[in-house]
Write a protein that binds this ligand. Structure first.
Ligand SMILES: [Zn+2]
Length: 219
């Protein structure tokens, strides 16, 4: 088999983000290794399309990134879509604590991170350094975490306003792998409203359910 490239820089890129055809049987040692990796990502191509396989210590994401390919391909299927939290659901008490913090900060916006330790499997809430907070603007920094800790959720409030992702939020989330959540109408007697998404691979994906345990809200 010929090399994919003779250029060392290109070889490094193709090695870091590989693309594998799916054999008719549906798996291969290379694809199994991509799926089992602790961290990394790559693509597989099957007769039913192209799938992104992305792994983090806390996340397993298999998501189609193309429609089915019209040309006949003698390949197998990429398999079902999935988005599993390897870390499990976040304890619901952390959401209660975060919403309390958001109410205390009114009328200003506020922010919180849910972080997780891959060795101890412990979750924690990190309230970040706020550079600027007003009722309509918030500037905060993603925490620099010790080795083994990961940001799972980046959550901010919109104070009394609605829950939506602003163009600033979109720019902030573009290059991250994390769950992003916005809560609005924080002191509404009917309860706050929310918007959620999974940021991965440069995409914003809908969340099928809340990442918090005991939280019945459909994301
Ligand atoms: Zn926002």
């Amino acid at each position: 088999m010929n090399h994919l490239t003779d250029d060392p820089t290109a070889a490094a890129i193709l090695g870091a983000v590989p693309c594998f055809p799916v054999p008719p049987v549906g798996n291969s040692p290379a694809i199994d290794a991509l799926r089992a990796a602790k961290a990394g990502h790559g693509f597989i191509i099957g007769q039913d399309g192209v799938m992104l396989i992305l792994r983090r210590p806390w996340l397993e994401l298999d998501v189609p990134v193309s429609s089915p390919i019209a040309a006949h391909l003698p390949y197998g299927s990429v398999g079902p879509e999935k988005a599993n939290l390897r870390c499990g659901l976040i304890p619901g008490g952390h959401l209660v604590q975060i919403l309390h913090h958001f109410r205390e900060a009114l009328p200003n916006e506020a922010a919180a991170f849910v972080i997780w330790n891959e060795d101890t499997h412990e979750f924690a809430v990190d309230f970040p350094t706020i550079d600027e907070a007003t009722p309509s603007r918030l500037v905060y920094r993603t925490p620099t975490l010790p080795a083994g800790w990961h940001v799972i959720c980046d959550i901010h409030s919109h104070g009394h306003s609605g829950a939506f992702f602003s163009s600033t939020d979109n720019a902030d989330d573009a290059h991250a792998t994390k769950i992003s959540m916005v809560f609005g109408r924080i002191d509404d007697p009917a309860g706050p409203v929310r918007a959620s998404r999974l940021c991965a691979g440069g995409m914003f994906l809908p969340m099928p359910r809340s990442p918090f345990s005991g939280d019945k809200y459909a994301a």
